[in-house]
Structures are given as C-alpha cells and as structure tokens.
Write a protein that binds this ligand. Structure first.
Ligand code: G6P
Length: 609
C-alpha cells in the first residue's frame, strides 16, 4: 500500500527512482512523485496518474542529482490528485518526504500547526509530518525527525530529505515496511525488495522504531534515543526474472501459469515419503507441542482467508483439531478468549497486511502460540510469529492473488499432515498416501492448465454478463468464494460465492435465463448433492458452468459448459479446481479491457486498517 523508494549514491537518482517505482506500482498507483536534490535545493515533480506518466514528464525535464526519494500512492487521506501526491514539503520547500501508512492524529496536528502559522498545501495526513519536522529542534535532520515523531500517532514508513543537509536521507519505520538496499558505493530505501533487486541482493530490514541515516559515506541505524542499533544484512533469495513479465502479457497470467513450479517449490524438501509425514522445521512445534494443541484459529484477509477456509477442512480432517477461521479485521477488535492449547495461524502472502498483523499480535497478547504461513521472506508477520511455513512461491506481483492461494493450500496440507502424524491421528499408511498425492500435484496442475483454450472461448460467451454466481460445497465452497473474488476484483462484474445448498435460502431468487452459475463440483462425497443443486438452477433456466473432475461423467444434459480438471483426493482438489476460475476471471477481464494487474481501487499489500 503505497510504494516508497530512495537513492543515495553516485549515479543519477531520477531514472533509478522511476525504475524502483515501476517495480512497486502494484502497491498503489493513483499518483506518483519524486524529489531530487539538484545541487541548489530539493526539486519536486509529481502528478495524478501512473508511474509511466511521471517517467515521461521527468524525461522531458530531467532533474540532475544523485540523492532522491519517490512515491507511488494509494490514497487514504485526500483524493488522488496531483496536489495530494507525495513528496510533501514544509512551508519553505526545504524538506521533502514520502510516507506509507496513516497519521491518526493528523487533524489535531494540522489544527495546531495552522494555528502556529503553517500553510498547508494538501489535504493529506502526511503533510503534517513535513511541518512538524520544520519546527522540530535538533542539530541534524535525524534528530529533528526523531523529535517530530514523538508527536505522531499512527503508522509510517518514511523517507525524508532536507535541502540543508545535501546527500542525506533519513528513514523511519513504525508499522509500515521499509528496508535498505546496500549496494557498492550506493544505498537504497524501498518498501520491498523488488525495487532494489536490479542493483543489490543485500538488504537490511528495519524494525519498528528504527531510524536509519543514509549518506554517500554509508548508513547507520538509531533508536529513538539516538543509540546506534546493529541490524543484520540479509540476502534476498528472489531473482530478477521472477519480477519480470518474461513474455507474458500480464503478471496475473504468468503467475497462474507458474503454479506447477510454485507448488513444487512449496513442497520441496518437506515430504518424508517413507514415514508418511512432513518436515516443517521452521514451525518450531515439537511432538509434545503438537499434542498439546486443543484448537486452531486461523486469521487472514482476502484470498488468504479463503485458503484458511480450505485449511479448516484439511486440519480438521487430518489432525482432528477444531478450527475457527476469522477475518483478521474483525478478530482483532473482538474479545479474544484466552484458551490454553490454542494455535493461531496467520496466513498472508505479503506478510504485511495490517489487520492480519494486528490479529496475530492480539492472539499473542492472550498467550496463544502464533505461527505464520507467509510468502515474503523477512516480512513483518514472518518476523513476529514464533514459527511458520514459507511458501517459497516467489514474488507475486499481479494484484489479484493466484499462485499464493494454491501454495497456501499446499502449506496447510503439509501442516495438517504433520499435525495429524505427530498427534497420532493419521497412521503411517494414510500419511504415505497423502505424500504421494501431494507429489503428484505439480504434474496435475500442468495438465489442468491445458484447459486454457476452452476457458478462453467460454470467457468470450460470458464477458458481458453483469452478474455471476459461484457455488461449491465442502472444501470447494472456499473455491467458489475465491473464484467470485477473482472475477469481481479484476473485471468489475458483480459476483457472489455461496455454499451450493445455501443457494435455496436467497440467491435462487436471482436466477433466470441471464444468470451464469458456476458450480465447483469435483468428485467427492457431496458430488451427488451438488448435482441436485444444479437441477434446481436448471429448472429456473440459469446458465450452468460446471468445473468437475475427470471421472465425473458427462453433464451435457444439465450444463452449458463442463470444465474437467484431473482427479485427486477431494481434500486437495481446490488446488486444481481454482485454476479454471482464475483463468476465466483473467480472460473476461482482458476482454472487457480492464487493467488486469492494477485493478481500480485495489492494492496488493494493504498496510493500513
Ligand atoms: C489485498 C490483496 C488481496 C489479498 C489480501 C490479503 O486485498 O488485493 O489479493 O488476498 O490483501 O493479503 P495478504 O498479503 O495478507 O495475503
């Protein structure tokens, strides 16, 4: 949510900042701006619109200078206009800063600053920071930033420059991710590693409360009392090819097509065939710990919440533990009952979603053990939980999550297998059978992807539909929810997911000859029941699309289109049944001319409440 980049070094900052913003555009893309120290002061250029437009403007009027900061915005306070775009300045244009996060007491601060004579140029909460720093006492920019931040309530990832201290960037972090990229004779600041990967793999993840000072001579990290802090330099495992399109028209399609490899990566080194179990050392759960668990609570948002619903079925079935799945945004504000033996699982692709992070902290606060299922290594959730499973799915750049979903389900299956074996719920033979089924998944995904041509033709028939209903049962009900979410996120078609049998209690009223109804119906113990639900839709002339598995038989008498995915055990079927739904949403969105990778109003990483 908002991307920030900064550069201090010997090269021209402008093009480097724009390249970094381009990589971070998935975090927000309603406006963008740069501030560069041009030898005489700090020069700002910003506009409402995309990073590409800013690049054109900067190419037309380059700003020379080797120190600068930049921002791509997802508006919270104030409309996405040029005026409200970052960087923001103080009254005299001496200070420029970019900010990710929310200043919660901005209204009170602004009123006080205006009363003292400060002129505000924007409607944003961020501008208060520039005026606070302008007024703050201190001999150095970092001292003034520290002093100013004592007045601030809220969250921030912040990069600040002052014309009075050329060649310096001061960075502050509280609740919004920021890292430093350490190059040869140059330093970067970025919201995430993809912005610096072209230049360096060495990064320093800042902790909450850290203040970093970057100059051409190097960097140091301070705490709020100005004591120097030691922070490790980490190595980023991602490579550049993973953040490039590689011949695909969109990241979303690339990421859908990558799923055989990404699921393989999630499984790599984690299956122990002969013992029919999983190796999950990072979980930090001994056999004794596993046996002491009495219940599981899953907290997540969006697509990760949907994978949590699949996880409930997996863990209940494999490990025999009751599982509660919670929207993180709701859970964090509820009375959380401290129950001994609770394992809380935070699921998050980015590892930065504010609500999931806070729900996890709240669970920790009442004494729950907390583990994470996270994709981004070094992210806040990954660092704050007591153990976990990394997805290793590589960077996910398309705003609509796809490959993270299938890897999350696979990670949850590994967790269910491990807990089931350690708790004695699953015998070795059942464990071995599941291991075999997991090993087969990448190959089955490759076969499932062969359906793309059929899905594309289907997309042409349904691209103008105003509504869609997605229905499924059991472990495939969350797939229906996820399919509907994908469609509405990127094509703006209204779509709802429902448990198939629950349809009778409301959505059936919507069904007529214009309503496409997509059933997720692989072969499992409720398949016959789902077919009865199809009959009910058919009787009302609804247009049925059915995702079934091989061996389900021919449904042509009942449905308009049947999409067949390979068969696997029902518990793992969501990894396959979701793929035609991802492809359908993608192709419909493309046909409708939508910006698939940057859908309106959304952001990839939601670091505000
Ligand atoms: C945003 C994204 C979704 C994502 C959700 C949770 O809404 O647009 O694609 O599922 O956040 O993100 P997380 O990184 O926590 O999985």
């Amino acid at each position: 949510m908002c991307g920030i980049v900064g550069y201090v070094g010997t090269r021209q900052a402008g093009p480097l900042l724009l390249d970094g913003l381009h990589r971070l555009e998935y975090r927000g893309y309603d406006s963008a701006g740069v501030a560069i120290q041009n030898g005489t002061g700090v020069q700002v250029m910003k506009l409402a619109g995309r990073v590409a437009a800013l690049r054109t403007q900067l190419d037309g009027a380059p700003i020379a200078g080797t120190t600068g900061i930049a921002h791509t915005r997802w508006a919270t306070h104030g409309a996405p206009t040029t005026r409200n775009a970052h960087p923001h300045s103080d009254c005299d244009g001496i200070i420029a800063l970019v900010h990710n996060g929310i200043i919660e007491n901005a209204d009170a601060l602004r009123a006080a600053l205006e009363a003292q004579g400060h002129d505000f140029a924007t409607d944003t909460d961020t501008e208060t920071l520039a005026h606070l720093i302008e007024d703050a006492a201190g001999d150095t920019l970092e001292a003034r930033v520290i002093a100013a931040l004592t007045h601030v309530e809220g969250t921030y990832g912040l990069a600040v420059m002052s014309a009075a201290e050329p060649g310096k960037i001061v960075v502050a972090r509280l609740g919004s991710p920021v890292l430093l990229g350490i190059g040869d004779d140059e330093l970067f600041v970025a919201s995430d590693a993809s912005a610096v990967l072209e230049h360096t793999r060495s990064v320093v993840y800042l902790d909450d409360g850290d203040i970093a000072v970057l100059t051409p001579d190097g960097y140091h990290v301070l705490d709020r009392e100005s004591h120097v802090q030691l922070r490790e330099v980490d190595d980023v495992a991602w490579d550049l090819a993973q953040i490039e399109l590689g011949g695909y028209p969109h990241f979303m399609l690339k990421e859908i097509c990558e799923q055989a490899d990404t699921v393989r990566a999630t499984l790599r080194g984690r299956l122990i065939g002969e013992r029919g179990t999983a190796r999950l050392n990072g979980l930090n759960l001994t056999s004794e710990d596993c046996r002491a668990i009495r219940r599981v609570v899953i907290v997540a948002c969006g697509t990760s919440w949907h994978s949590g619903l699949v996880g409930r079925e997996l863990i209940e079935e494999l490990a025999g533990l009751p599982v509660q799945v919670e929207y993180a945004s709701e859970y964090r504000y509820r009375r959380i009952l401290a129950e001994p033996g609770t394992l809380t699982i935070a699921i998050s692709q980015s590892g930065e979603t504010a609500d999931t992070l806070e729900a996890m902290r709240a669970a920790k606060g009442v004494g729950s053990r907390v583990v994470g299922i996270v994709n981004v290594v070094g992210s806040t959730i990954a660092r704050e939980c007591q153990g976990g499973i990394y997805l290793h799915a590589g960077p996910e750049i398309g705003v609509a999550s796809t490959k993270a979903f299938t890897s999350q389900i696979v990670a949850l299956a590994l967790l269910g297998l491990y807990l089931g074996r350690e708790r004695g719920r699953l015998d070795e033979e059942a464990g071995r059978e599941l291991v075999c089924r997991l090993i087969q998944l990448p190959q089955l995904i490759t076969r499932t992807l062969e359906i793309e041509r059929q899905v594309k033709a289907l997309a042409r028939r349904f691209a103008s539909a105003p509504n869609f209903l997605y229905l499924g049962r059991g472990v495939n009900f969350p797939v229906a929810l996820e399919g509907a979410l994908k469609l509405k996120e990127i094509s703006y078609i209204h779509a709802e997911g429902y448990p198939a049998a629950e349809m009778k209690h409301g959505p059936i009223a919507l069904i007529d000859e214009n309503m496409p109804v997509l059933f997720v119906a692989p072969k499992d113990h409720v398949y016959g029941k789902v077919c009865s639900n199809m009959q009910e839709v058919r009787a009302r002339r609804g247009r049925i699309i059915a995702v079934t598995s091989e061996g389900n038989g021919d449904l042509s008498a009942l449905v308009e289109e049947q999409l067949r995915v390979p068969a696997t055990v029902p518990l793992l079927s969501p990894v396959l049944t979701i793929i035609p739904l991802q492809l359908l949403a993608y192709h419909i969105a493309v046909l409708r001319g939508c910006d698939v990778d940057r859908p309106r109003n959304l952001a990839k990483s939601v670091t505000v409440e």
